[in-house]
Design a protein around this ligand. Sequence first.
Ligand SMILES: *Cc1c(COP(=O)(O)O)cnc(C)c1O
Length: 379
Amino acid sequence: MNGESQGAVRYKLPFSRADLGEEEMAAVLDVLKNRVLALGPQTEEFERRVASYVGARHGVAVSSGTAALHLCVAAAHVGEGDEVITTPFSFVASANCLLYERARPVFVDIDPVSLNLDPARIESAIRPSTRAILVVHIFGQPADMDAILDIARRRRLLVLEDACEAIGAEYHGRRVGTFGRAGTFAFFPNKQMTSGEGGMIVTDDDNWARLFRSLRNQGRDAGDGWLQHSRLGYNYRMTEMSAALGRVQISRIEELLSRRNRVASWYSNRLKELDGLTLPQALPETRLTWFVYLVRLDAHFSRDRIRAHLEAAGIPTRDYFAPIHLQRFYRKQFGYEPGDFPITEKIAASTLALPFHGGMVEGEVELVCQTLRAAIQRG
Ligand SMILES: *Cc1c(COP(=O)(O)O)cnc(C)c1O
């Protein structure tokens, strides 16, 4: 996939790939022909479509999922001296957004089945300085929102949702991103849908939506002139080329999700016979949308050897995720050590993400599965 050196290895297939058609190409080309490259109608239309798809009042497009998260934290006035409860088993951006505003992430270990924040562990982590819970729906699997919202209501905490890996996912029939005060989506090319780079904040809060529009646009308020800045802002705008791409992708979202679903079932049907693997599965009363196809290896396997075997055979893999608390700068700043979040660490050591995207053909899945089977037999 883009963004990562492939070294000397020649892969037989990509780890992930954007699922694009002629309509996306035509839409981007139209923007270029029309010369409105920023702050235009594509962005507004993309925002309307995402908001309507997930069931939120407002959508605010930004330059990345990370920017979306940062603006949520800024809007919440979470800062120096404040603590926010979140998961260590995620992409680093879901905790970094707190550091941007000098707030302290307080990690809570995960549920070993959903791989999301374990609600039973949240309350003992709440202190007087706790302001919010930042929920991540990891790998497209919704977190246990009933339990989390109940704690948040009782303890008067704000809820923010990182749904960057979970567009279209549902919890008790409701789409993720709409449970907290605000939710974020990301559209990097490896996500369920893409705008190249890009992100979106959804919220029902009119004031927050206004604030997000100002913050992403150098702090300009709706009535401000080009050189008038009512507050400290950022340039987190989305380009019209990205918005045009995203607009087409969101209108195809159910098709994109079902193509990923089909690939996931090709994998599951082939791998279910293999001993020592835990396959991904949607939890009851949730709709999982496939971000990656990630298996877990029983402890007696050497993941490194299995990965090396697959690499040598031209099959790229990833070991999602390296626990956030063990990243060097988190250890240095907060004193985290191996062993602090044992469930996260145990699971992180067992995961193997296989090549996965909606355009995969059955023969490619078969090749990956055959190679994995051989790798496992060798231990
Ligand atoms: C991808 C991702 C992000 C960040 O999105 P970018 O668009 O890459 O900035 C944040 N959180 C999670 C859980 C993600 O997977």
